[in-house]
Design a protein around this ligand. Structure first.
Ligand SMILES: Cc1cc2nc3c(=O)[nH]c(=O)nc-3n(C[C@H](O)[C@H](O)[C@H](O)COP(=O)(O)O)c2cc1C
Length: 197
């Protein structure tokens, strides 16, 4: 029998925020890479938010897999003060296509805080209603990788963007187009040579 659960926790980052523009923190990108590599193997999905020096993470999957991952995450020196905000049985995973979705929409989160009478993002003070609203925001928000694709027309490079574990199609597509163009030109040359004989 399945024992699906959703667990939500808050924690505080131990690394200092880097000041390199508006991209994703390097340390957060590394966490996402690990999550997206590991979670599918244990049937885990979820979402992560990082803001105001705090993490808010939702994990969905079999209870044993959540326990196993949480034990690992709790030992991670990149954060501290891990506090479980909620853990409940669920009928189905709500982040089913996301090994670990990352929604870097600070202004939407700030608007949510304001609607709930909060000055800043402090997940330790969240009540049930705010946890549910935050999860809805993460479900509806756009993942960081998709945002990058939308802004640039293709996936951006650089070390501040977490790869989602998918291949980058742009370079392969360009090579294929050049090959097809070469073949077409060769065919035209052959036809022209035959006609001019
Ligand atoms: C806030 C936070 C969230 C994390 N979430 C995950 C996660 O969902 N899945 C995961 O595999 N590791 C996660 N990690 C990283 C783990 O603590 C650990 O470093 C990682 O699982 C080790 O994986 P590796 O042995 O493949 O490098 C998280 C770390 C932090 C600080």
């Amino acid at each position: 029998m399945s024992d699906l659960q959703r667990m939500v926790y808050a924690s505080r980052a131990t690394f200092a925020p880097s000041r390199q523009g508006s991209g994703i923190e390097l340390e957060v990108a590394r966490i996402l890479m690990q999550s997206r590599r590991n979670n599918p193997r244990s049937g885990l999905v979820g979402a992560l938010y990082y803001g105001n020096g705090c993490f808010f993470q939702c994990l969905e999957g079999e209870a044993a897999a959540i326990d196993e991952l949480c034990a690992r995450i709790a030992m991670d020196p990149r954060h501290r003060d891990m506090q479980v905000l909620g853990r409940h049985p669920i009928g189905a995973r709500s982040f089913s296509v996301w090994a670990m979705k990352y929604v870097p929409n600070a202004s939407a989160v700030q608007a949510l805080m304001t609607r709930h009478g909060r000055k800043e993002f402090d997940p330790y003070t969240f009540d049930e209603a705010l946890i549910a609203a935050m999860l809805d925001l993460l479900r509806q928000g756009m993942d960081a990788d998709l945002l990058q694709q939308d802004a640039n027309g293709q996936r951006a490079g650089g070390d501040r963007v977490p790869p989602a574990g998918t291949a980058v199609p742009a370079a392969g597509g360009r090579r294929r187009a050049a090959l097809l163009l070469g073949l077409a030109l060769a065919a035209v040359a052959v036809v022209a040579a035959l006609l001019l004989r």
